[in-house]
Design a protein. Structure first.
Length: 543
């Protein structure tokens, strides 16, 4: 015969499963009625199918958990622990074969062992051997907190459960868990009086003197009567709140203290002993581990968000280095530095007439597809998409990371962009087709993170940027114009045509320009594939 019984519940539950369907929920017509706000009216059911038992969620809000895993429809094995709201239920199938000893091995049911070790409600209520009751409760508390580490949905939930369990085994009247904030100050995260959360309008005042000493000395503290303890004679709160016994333990993990667990008793002296101190030390260590896990998980979430945003504009190597700098410095400082870069501008020819013939949503979709295609080419060639300006794309090669041949990469990317636009043109309606023109220039700029406290971006400023934009303005449709400084760095790799000196809008002096016609060696493999990424650990730091 199978049965369900509760563990640690206020009102013990024990039910033999005589029918093939057992419903669990808050309504009185359920077979097992659980009065808990976290439990739905018809929360779940246990049913027998083909001689085997299963548990199924009936669309509850808070779900069901079997052995700390959330499930919707799950077979049950004898000894499985089911969590429904705040209730822990154990499924036991007494029809299972009895365990046998095999060639000297000892086989024992885990529930039987658990009861012997004090992990079940039956063991806690049974008459213990002399001196064993307190140890069993201690072990049970640590076991429950260990389970909470795996099943708690949040740090807040874990802290609350830990304090509840502490009150079950330690003779405390009041208890508080305080954590250190970024400024190193203690902040109350959970408080209880007589094992229950106090009313919202009641603030539990504790001795900061004792708590701060525990942190400073990284040691657990017991005071049997704090009013007469010479260690705390200067503590005004001890006198004001009439604190008798107090027990305080740092929340510690390795050498790091993250806060304290503070317990006191206003009515009784000598309320705590060294056994309580040892138990609280073990609990505090587990809470500290949970805090570290929560912190690491949050860092991973933030890192994933950062990388997802950066990867839209930077190549993977650049994303890795920016993420590394953020991890080390915690923020992107407004630091700038001079460095040589190659700047690329690409613009759609005749964009205004094109936009007048299209609906706004069609135009937005066309631009998004075009920008996506161009960004993929730029990132593949180790460039950074600096910004989109109307229908224009601005890209940087050589910052934040330089590969040593950034001008070559920029020109090769420009050629590939023209080829990609031709593919793009063939994939859309003739009425939407367009051409682009590209300008590329190399020079010394100021590069770094610039902007306000609310919005910051990596960009470059300087005359070479303006020259690249003006070269793009002069370029013919489906052509690439480069400045003399870029030409000097790529000559011998590309077919070029000397354009002579050019008058650039807004520039007092003429500059020499060149048109890129293609690569000198059509069989040459893609340049980017032969590049060795820079040494990110020992290489140039981001400005």
């Amino acid at each position: 015969m199978a049965r369900i019984y509760s563990v640690g519940a206020g009102n013990p539950i024990s039910l033999e499963l005589k029918s093939d369907l057992i419903r669990i929920g808050r309504l009185p017509d359920n077979d097992i009625v659980l009065n808990d706000i976290l439990i739905s009216r018809r929360h779940c059911e246990i049913r027998r199918e083909g001689g085997k038992w299963k548990i199924a969620d009936l669309g509850s809000l808070n779900g069901i958990y079997v052995n700390n895993l959330r499930v919707s429809d799950e077979p049950l094995a004898s000894g499985d622990v089911i969590v429904v709201g705040n209730f822990q239920l154990v499924f036991e199938d007494q029809d299972r074969p009895s365990p046998q000893a095999l060639e000297g091995e000892v086989v024992r049911p885990v529930m039987e062992l658990g009861n012997e070790l004090g992990l079940g409600a039956a063991a806690l209520k049974a008459s213990p051997k002399p001196g064993q009751a307190r140890e069993s409760k201690y072990f049970y508390t640590l076991y429950q907190i260990g389970c909470a580490l795996n099943s708690a949905n949040s740090l807040k939930e874990l802290i609350k459960l830990s304090l509840e369990l502490i009150f079950q085994v330690i003779n405390a009247e009041r208890g508080v868990i305080m954590l250190l904030d970024e400024k190193g100050e203690l902040q109350v995260r959970q408080a209880m009086v007589q094992g229950k959360s106090p009313p919202e309008n009641l603030e539990v005042q504790v001795s900061k003197t004792i708590a701060q000493r525990a942190i400073l000395e990284k040691a657990g503290i017991i005071t049997s009567d704090a009013r007469y303890d010479p260690r705390f004679q200067t503590g005004q709160s001890i006198v004001a709140f009439n604190i008798r016994s107090a027990l305080c333990m740092p929340i510690w993990e390795r050498d790091q203290v993250r806060g304290v667990i503070y317990l006191d008793n206003l009515m009784q002296t000598y309320a705590f002993n060294e056994e309580d101190l040892r138990l609280l030390a073990a609990i505090a260590n587990q809470v500290a581990i949970a805090i570290r896990q929560e912190t690491l998980q949050e860092q991973m979430r933030q890192d994933a968000i950062l990388r997802a945003n950066l990867s839209r504009f930077h190549s993977p190597d650049v994303v890795n280095q920016i993420a590394q700098q953020v991890k080390q410095n915690q923020e992107l400082h407004h630091q700038v530095a001079e460095r040589e870069v190659t700047v690329l501008f690409a613009d759609i020819c005749g964009f205004t007439p094109l936009s007048e013939k299209m609906r706004p949503d069609e135009l937005a979709g066309l631009l998004n597809d075009y920008f996506t295609a161009m960004s993929q080419v730029i990132l593949k060639n180790k460039g950074t998409v600096d910004k989109f300006i109307g229908d224009a794309v601005m890209a940087i090669f050589g910052a934040p990371i330089s590969y040593g041949n950034d001008a070559e990469l920029a020109v090769f990317a420009a050629l590939e962009m023209l080829a990609k636009v031709e593919e793009f043109r063939n994939s859309i309606a003739e009425s939407k087709r367009f051409s682009i023109r590209i300008g590329v220039n190399t020079g010394i700029v100021v590069a770094g993170y610039m902007g306000s406290a609310q919005r910051i971006e990596y960009t470059v400023l300087g005359d070479p940027v303006n020259i690249a934009a003006r070269l793009q303005d002069l370029a013919m449709p489906n052509s690439i114009y480069i400045g003399e400084s870029t030409y000097n760095r790529v000559k011998g790799l590309f077919h070029t045509k000397d354009l002579g000196t050019l008058n650039l809008r807004g520039k007092a002096h003429k500059i020499r320009g060149y048109r890129v016609l293609g690569m000198l060696d059509p069989n040459q493999a893609r340049l980017a594939q032969h590049l060795q990424p820079p040494d990110l650990e020992n290489g140039p730091e981001l400005p």
